[in-house]
Design a protein around this ligand. Structure first.
Ligand code: NAP
Length: 307
């Protein structure tokens, strides 16, 4: 069987992919990479191979990918400064003889006017992968609904306010799990080489609409408060969130930097993320799950945060 390597396998996205492939009987085909392979002990116990690999130590990546035919390159967490890390992974894939790279990219990156900080990391990584001559599939994920409902949601519920510089811009937020299951479909399937998929949710919505949905489902009155980029920066500065990426550091429960988040809000506001596609339906044979469903699944946690 085709051996599949997964970077970021200890993370939330990687774990969903690995477990789904294990459930398909593919444990022995999996090579799972982490800077701390002990984190993958539960997966190793199910028959996967856990290997040490660090984007910042390119030689470790070549060793980690030995024997792999397909690679799921899950984009790193150093948002705004990941290209060198991804380049090391792509070079290692070529050196190790990997045939096909599946990369987790981002929607709306073709337009150079898109101000989202993440755009540069992803468009450059896609360019490097194309230039490598390896077969590729790009999974351009929309904004994870999990980021706004599960991570930011408790703060919204506690303060009764959803504060954002995204204005009245629309996006089709998607479940991280649906994104990961699309990766599984590509890794375990055929005919995806050279394809770029937009992995989006089912509906274009403003944050004002999502705030109203959250209020309706939880029964707690909530207000959407649009702010300027400067006000959004001031809010994150007050929370001591760094402007630039800091590895492995969660500040006030948030793992991202404010240049990333403010530029992301601006990209939504200016319409660069107003993209909805049928690719999840095509890859999974069912529609993507909705933001309403995610709020409903987390209603107890959200109401607890409001109490
Ligand atoms: N579309 C969106 O809205 C959105 C939102 C959030 C994130 N994302 C993207 O999706 C990716 C996956 O998200 P997630 O929720 O699974 O993240 P996560 O749970 O924070 O996991 C991050 C993973 O990255 C690995 N990693 C970090 N630095 C590394 C390094 N130097 N070398 C090798 N591996 C490294 C970690 O592995 P170890 O610590 O075990 O080494 C971990 O497995 C993120 O990295 C980001 O690019 C997209």
């Amino acid at each position: 069987m085709t051996r599949i390597a997964i970077t970021g396998a200890s993370g939330q996205y990687g774990r969903i992919v690995a477990q789904a492939l294990i459930d398909q009987g593919r444990a022995r085909d999996l090579i799972l990479m982490s800077r701390t392979p002990d984190k993958l002990a539960d997966m190793a116990a199910q028959g996967c191979e856990a290997r040490y690999g660090d984007y910042d130590h390119p030689a470790s990546m070549v060793a980690a990918l030995a024997g792999a035919e397909r690679l799921l390159l899950i984009s790193g967490t150093r948002v705004g400064a990941r290209v060198a890390q991804h380049e090391a992974a792509v070079d290692a894939a070529r050196a190790a003889g990997v045939g096909h790279v599946v990369y987790t990219s981002f929607i709306g990156i073709d337009d150079p006017a898109n101000p989202a900080e993440v755009r540069h990391d992803h468009i450059e990584t896609e360019r490097l992968i194309r230039a490598s001559g390896l077969n590729f599939t790009f999974l351009r994920d929309a904004h994870y609904a999990d980021a706004m409902i599960v991570m930011a949601g408790p703060g919204v519920m506690a303060s009764r306010q959803w504060i954002s510089n995204a204005g009245e811009g629309r996006e089709a937020m998607v479940w991280r799990e649906d994104c990961a299951l699309c990766a599984v479909a590509v890794l375990a399937g055929e005919g995806h080489a050279g394809q770029t998929y937009d992995i989006t949710g089912p509906e274009l919505q403003t944050f004002a609409e999502v705030t109203a949905l959250m209020a309706e489902v939880t029964g707690v009155p909530l207000e959407y408060v649009p702010v300027s980029d400067e006000q959004q920066y001031a809010m994150f500065d007050a929370m001591r969130i760094p402007r630039r990426p800091v590895d492995d550091q969660h500040v006030s429960g948030i793992p991202w930097n404010s240049d990333d988040m403010v530029s992301f809000g601006r990209a939504i506001r200016e319409g660069f993320l107003e993209i909805r596609s049928g690719d999840v339906q095509r890859l999974l044979g069912r529609p993507p799950r909705s933001v309403r469903q995610m709020i409903a699944e987390n209603v107890e946690m959200l109401c607890g945060a409001a109490a």
